[in-house]
Write a protein that binds this ligand. Sequence first.
Ligand code: ADP
Length: 509
Amino acid sequence: GTVLRDQRSLHVVHMTAEMAPIAKVGGLGDVVTGLARACLTRGHNVEVMLPFYESLPEDQIDGLQHDRDFDCPKGRVWDGRMQSGSLRTSVFRGKIDGIPVLLLRPDWGSCNIFRGGRIYGGSYNELEAYLYFSRACLEYLKISGRQPEVIHAHEWQLSAVPMLYWDVYHASGLSRPRVMLTIHNMDNSGECRQDEFAYTGMPGEAFATVDKALDERTIGHNPERLCLMKGGIIYSNAVTTVSPTYAREALEGGAAGWLRSTLAKPDVAGKFKGLLNGIDTALWDPATDPLIPAPFTPERLEGKALCKRYLQQGLGLDVTPDKPIVACITRLVPQKGIHLIRHAVYRTAELGGQFLLLGSGHADGDFRSMAAHDFSDSPDVRLMVMYSEELAHLMYAAADMVLVPSLFEPCGLTQLVAMRYGAVPIVRSTGGLADTVTDVDSDSEVGNGYSFGGMDNASLNTALDRAMQTFREDRQRWTELSRQNMRIDWSWDKSARSYVDIYNHLASY
Ligand code: ADP
């Protein structure tokens, strides 16, 4: 549909460790790009500040040009004393996928921050790198004379930004911005020793109080430690996370761990909100997707059948429309319910379906040996331990069902993409999965998938078995469900409006 431009145009500067498509590891990258694009379309002035990782493909950055160099304050603690210094930093401008970006790179003659072949896991100290980057972003805003209405910081990596902004910058020239923090995952809250905070150029002691950034965990408590996310929450003017249910699980359950008490403080609870992510419907569009062999729409689903055939053929599986394809596209980390995925492989094969795994990450050993021992030359199972954008698109297009059995899930994008491609999600009802998937057997009106609650194999079976049965016994109902799912609007338009409401609120005082 057409998107109206907002009445008031705001200047918003994102500060982030990831940005799709070229600096993406997970959902964080997708969210920054999707939200930034939606806000640009609504007429706002949006810039994204991102580390200029050595691994970024420069040919995919349009109009890349040098902007300026500056000395970024940076310190360290040596022998109990803080030594102040600076790190020469270069800024480049350009566009990634049409979105204006500012890329910051430190002098590699004196450090190896952001060097290496991939985004995370290089040989540099990540905490040092992102504390430096947080400081560098603010320093650049100041010396370039920018006064955005909103600084939008993301995740633990940029959680020092609100702290530094209000304690260092606000009174010294960079005065207009209000700061918003979005938490995409509370699993990592950015533990940081007081002396390590010196990488920002500021001593950590000033933040080491209970009402600021002191780490308050009771088990393994270390009075020396700061928690960046806590500091970010306390110092930000607005704090969001990526679904209403995950926000509730953080306040009422265990999703935030000990940070629950921080979020529950009266002055925090009032500024904390869960906003559902959208998906990039231009990138994920089965009607135009260049990565799939046949386009399809809810009205013309023949293309989806062709995609299924094509993938079955390509992977050397039994080529048949009658076996449902259950796909799982995921990072292989404990959060994603690895033991449930493993169980689902066997259960699907047992029930006469086909299982396809596209998984990336560290916990890949089991799947490699499963593939070799139990499913080599199987006509029904392929376990692919790798990251592949192309295969992901093909799998969403070919799949009848997409499995997301996460133990916790802040929002989850795969179930949304699955629906857009006419697949039926099978999910564990948690976080954003609970907000976006309603079981067809609990509500036939808005039902769009199958869900289960427990963390054991039997719970998963209650959902998977029903899905398989419906596919087998009532194909007409299945096709109708697939068609309905494709018509649901998961675009950023809706979610972006909620973000803009908060931006406006912040800019109004
Ligand atoms: P998270 O951010 O926790 O990884 P999300 O569901 O929010 O989970 O986002 C995952 C994104 O990464 C989706 O776009 C999904 O398609 C993609 N993805 C995950 N694993 C792979 C993989 N092995 N190959 C290709 N894409 C993947």
